[in-house]
Design a protein around this ligand. Structure first.
Ligand SMILES: [Zn+2]
Length: 137
């Protein structure tokens, strides 16, 4: 059973591994940060947010100061899909932004059908058919 986590990430509950949703590559244990399984590019923020004023004339030019801000881009090591970005002070460790209770997730999904693509709207995932209305009486 594979469970969607983000538009780029899913968990295989049988192997307990994060996977890239685009190429299926197994990334890292789902019990640690998925970012450990990705390539990271530590970018100078001035490459993304170019100065709006001439930096030789204006020290404050609407572009982030690289001494105060870095942009970390995370990529799938196989297909190169950008999986995540984050803004951090230089030297700050990557944020551990997703930590799921894998055991609870297994319990939650044991009676559900696998969802291969995120549903549009607010329809809940279908349960496996046990009877006429989807649960035991
Ligand atoms: Zn990939």
């Amino acid at each position: 059973m594979k469970v969607l986590v983000t538009e780029n990430l899913r968990i295989d509950l049988d192997t307990e591994l994060y996977e890239c949703r685009h190429c299926g590559t197994e990334l890292v244990s789902a019990r640690e940060s998925y970012k450990r399984g990705l390539l990271v590019y530590n970018r100078d923020p001035r490459e993304i947010h170019k100065p709006l004023l001439d930096p030789s004339k204006y020290p404050r030019n609407y572009s982030p100061n690289p001494d105060w801000c870095r942009i970390l881009e995370y990529y799938c090591p196989k297909c190169g899909t950008m999986m995540e970005t984050e803004y951090l002070p230089p030297g700050h460790p990557p944020l551990h932004d997703i930590e799921l209770d894998i055991d609870a997730l297994k319990e939650q999904w044991k009676d559900r059908e696998e969802v291969l693509e995120a549903p549009i709207g607010n329809a809940p995932p279908k349960r496996k058919a046990h009877g006429h209305c989807g649960h035991n009486h």
